[in-house]
Design a protein around this ligand. Structure first.
Ligand code: FEO
Length: 149
């Protein structure tokens, strides 16, 4: 039994169901990576897990950017730049890890993932979700007023 790197709890919820679901799956994947690294699993297993996380991050960022665009989020460019920087940083750490034949230097990969979850979801994603939901609520009230008695 290994320690969990990141424990999911409701403080990670941002209030947009499909994005919350993806964040949770990503955290599960990060914990799976941590377990594999701690158990010193075969490098091929770890490589597969790193690749899965990379693919999930890309897909998640694409979905989230679609949601932001759909709601005319005013800090879209800034948020997208953060996604790009996170993906670049993760890719760099992943490649470095895979090129390291010693293969015990797991920290940079895990650090960048932890940074993403803790800083990005709790700050940037929550800020975005709040503004998206305020806009939805404003538009709903406006619609009610227009179609009211
Ligand atoms: Fe959920 Fe902006 O990443």
């Amino acid at each position: 039994m290994t320690d969990t790197l990141l424990k999911w709890d409701d403080s990670f919820l941002i209030g947009i169901d499909e994005l919350d679901y993806e964040h949770k799956v990503l955290i599960d994947d990060i914990n799976r990576l941590h377990e594999e690294l701690t158990r010193h699993d075969e490098k091929s297993e770890i490589e597969r897990c790193l690749g899965d996380i990379h693919a999930r991050m890309r897909a998640h960022f694409a979905l989230e950017e679609h949601v932001m665009k759909e709601h005319g989020y005013e800090f879209f460019d800034e948020h997208k730049r953060e996604h790009e920087a996170l993906l670049d940083s993760y890719t760099e750490d992943m490649v470095q890890f895979l090129n390291d034949t010693g293969a015990s230097a797991s920290t940079p990969v895990e650090d960048s993932l932890k940074h993403w979850v803790v800083d990005h979801i709790l700050n940037s994603d929550k800020k975005m979700s709040l503004m998206v939901q305020e806009k939805k609520s404003f538009l709903a009230k406006l619609r009610n007023r227009i179609s009211g008695p």
